[in-house]
Design a binder for this molecule. Structure first.
Ligand code: GLP
Length: 286
């Protein structure tokens, strides 16, 4: 695992957007071989989306051959509700970039058969050859997607009841009225995320600091589902200074020191791939 620390949330967004753009551009996707990208909602990825939109506007990135799968969606919230994750994604990203809407996948929280919907989502990811890069965010309780504390670390896309803490945290989007926050969601599972070839998680703000320390400084624990990322061979967490508040100085120093040489390691992997070598390690110093 790698941890990248930037001064503030815009700098985090810029780093991640440039990183994703490089991955997509290096992959050189085509209609037959699209780049499969997993995406989150929430306030944390907003700066990333802003920079991605700018890269598209500047002609440095295209989503024409990108297929997306979103992490989650509320159950029972009309698709056109201002707080549905469908509305969010089109408002904050998809309407401003060149992705064909037919290449956007978001779970349908109003499906008649919710279990069938979840199974079909997993099958569709598989049919696309899996997710190349999953970008995620976390809740204050360390949940990734809507994998609340206690979620199985082998979980796949399914119906999930939301933890009271999450309902409280998300009430800000529903006029601070907790009775208006949906009680259930459909979400990709922890294992769905772990199966992606690469995972990047954005963690910003002091209110996420405890979750970050639990996830990277302690053992793998279903009460902090982000900690499952320790099992992933190619995982990157990008945080701002505020989110490091609970980390040991030693942890911060370690990750800063490996960042300095990571560029050299990446260059070696790029060279290896360019010569036709099959790079099973991914390119991570982790
Ligand atoms: N299901 C989403 C998560 O995927 C997201 O990571 C989290 C954090 O949101 P924010 O970034 O606004 O703190 O919110 C919701 O719970």
């Amino acid at each position: 695992m790698r941890l990248i620390i930037r001064d503030d949330s815009p700098a985090v967004g810029q780093y991640i957007a440039n990183y994703i753009a490089k991955r997509i551009n290096d992959f050189a996707p085509t209609p037959e071989r699209p780049f499969v990208l997993g995406l989150p909602t929430g306030s944390s990825p907003l700066p990333t989306y802003k920079f991605l939109i700018q890269l598209v506007k500047d002609g440095k990135l295209s989503f024409k051959n990108v297929v997306t799968f979103n992490m989650d969606e509320y159950v029972g919230l009309p698709e056109d509700h201002p707080e549905s994750y469908h509305t969010f994604m089109f408002r904050e990203l998809f309407s401003h970039i060149d992705i064909p809407p037919s290449q956007v996948n978001i779970l349908n929280g109003n499906a008649k058969d919710l279990i069938g919907e979840c199974n079909a989502y997993e099958a569709k990811i598989k049919a696309h050859g899996g997710i190349e890069l999953f970008l995620g965010g976390i809740g204050e309780d360390g949940h990734i997607a809507f994998n609340e504390p206690g979620s199985s670390l082998s979980s796949r896309t399914r119906i999930k009841t939301l933890a009271y803490d999450t309902i409280l945290a998300n009430a800000r989007f529903f006029g601070n009225d907790i009775s208006k926050v949906p009680r259930m969601a459909l979400t990709v599972g922890v294992k769905t995320v772990l199966d992606s070839r690469e995972v990047i998680v954005v963690v910003t703000g002091q209110r996420k600091a405890l979750a970050l320390s639990k996830a990277i400084e302690e053992g793998i624990n279903h009460l902090w589902t982000l900690s499952a990322l320790q099992l992933h061979p190619w995982a990157l967490i990008v945080v701002d200074e505020d989110a490091t508040a609970e980390l040991h100085v030693k942890t911060v120093k370690y990750f800063k020191s490996i960042e300095r040489v990571q560029d050299e390691v990446e260059a070696m992997h790029e060279k290896f791939r360019a010569t036709g070598g099959q790079d099973i390690t991914g390119g991570q110093d982790a």
